[in-house]
Design a protein around this ligand. Structure first.
Ligand code: SAH
Length: 364
């Protein structure tokens, strides 16, 4: 067992079984051994590839979406562009480059990066060194605090899927939480809590689910969404949440572990494999609506990018490209938009304040 596994075994011996959420939080964010804390997990040689790492066109479309919002807000003198979970900062770099073409926008922007990983912060600082106004935060609440009273533009791509979830399985006796405990050989293993949890932790839409169904609850994600929505509702702004997930409540175990672009056992090598869960977009939308923000989507990533003009953008890039580059551009366009690739699995949810008009990208 690796170092984090040994630590978790000690923890369980001392305190008893832990929830899946505690396991995820440790596996991804443990200060010493957490997956994101010690390495750069992206790219062809890494464990997984994200949309901005596939092509600059993705970030350009996101930048364009927010640029239009800024113009429709009446081009405020100051606005905070906040990215949550910026990874290698490729997305932010492409967003800022796309925004350059809008006169006055970059002068109005202060960039905030919400990032827990010291390793990734170093990479981000290097990538964005040409931009003066950069601040890092550990939590979204700190970033929103420094934007107090002022409008915000938020980007979260593949961030919500990395947040810890709790899982519950329906039994005759109610919803029992899935816990991680130790088996006879003192190895990490999954087990159901002997006592059912109160039904109110489960979304109402799932209460009548069949016996054996699994419900996932991401309280941290819900809280982050409501903090963002409250700020937007109070001080204006727009947010774009992009991730893989389902657009309606559903049951099922979506927790997955990936190493070197392959699925592996979730309990193997904690801290050395990426762990994610599908995002429940309907839940995020309900929370935003409760905060009285306007919501757009969720719609498929392919539709969103096409509606913003990714095909026209690819034509412009193709016109100046050599043979190999042309192949790469077409393959990237396919990966980002086609339903057999990221186009349908990935969803886009937009949030804006009620007074913002002319929001693009979500035409059905
Ligand atoms: N948006 C990037 C990276 C996605 S990976 C892209 O599209 O390429 C997830 C990112 O979120 C990483 O930067 C990771 O370090 C960060 N992250 C994950 N959980 C976090 C948390 N709880 N707080 C802050 N950052 C977190």
């Amino acid at each position: 067992m690796n170092a984090l596994g040994t630590y978790l075994i000690k923890l369980i011996k001392a305190q008893g079984p832990i929830t899946i959420a505690t396991f995820m939080a440790e596996a991804l964010g443990n200060a010493k051994y957490g997956y994101y804390m010690k390495q750069d997990p992206f790219g062809g040689k890494g464990d997984f590839t994200t949309a901005p790492e596939i092509s600059q066109m993705f970030g350009e479309m996101v930048g364009l979406w927010h640029a239009v919002n800024w113009l429709n807000m009446g081009s405020p003198d100051k606005i905070h562009l906040i990215e949550i979970g910026p990874g290698r900062a490729t997305l932010m770099q492409d967003v800022l480059r796309a925004m350059k073409v809008i006169p006055g926008l970059l002068d109005a922007i202060e960039v905030h990066l919400v990032e827990m990983s010291p390793k990734l912060r170093e990479i981000q600082a290097e990538k964005l060194k040409n931009y003066a106004q950069l601040t890092w935060h550990n939590r979204i609440s700190d970033a929103l605090g420094s934007a107090k009273g002022e409008p915000i533009l938020i980007i979260a791509n593949e961030f919500f899927d990395a947040l810890p979830v709790r899982q519950f399985q329906k039994q005759e006796t109610g919803w029992h939480e899935r816990l991680i405990c130790l088996d006879d050989q003192e190895k990490l293993s999954l087990q159901l809590a002997p006592v059912a949890s109160p039904e109110q932790v489960i979304p109402v839409a799932l209460h009548r689910a069949d016996i054996g169904s699994i419900a996932e609850v991401c309280t941290i994600g819900e809280n982050i969404c409501s903090e963002i929505a409250e700020h937007i509702q109070q001080y204006c702004g727009a947010a774009l949440i992009i991730d893989y997930g389902h657009d309606a409540h559903g049951t099922g175990d979506t927790l997955q572990a990936v190493k070197n672009h392959k699925y592996v056992d979730i309990l193997s090598d904690p801290g050395d494999v990426d762990l994610t869960c599908h995002v429940d977009f309907q839940r995020l939308k309900e929370i935003a609506l409760k905060c009285e923000t306007r919501t757009y989507g969720p719609i498929n990533q392919g539709k969103f990018l096409k509606s913003l003009g990714i095909e026209a953008r690819s034509q412009t890039l193709l016109a100046n490209a050599n043979d190999q580059q042309q192949k790469d551009i077409l393959s990237a366009l396919h990966r980002l938009t086609d339903n057999s690739e990221m186009g349908a699995l990935f969803k886009v949810l937009g949030l804006t304040d009620k007074s913002l008009a002319g929001v693009t990208g979500f035409e059905q």
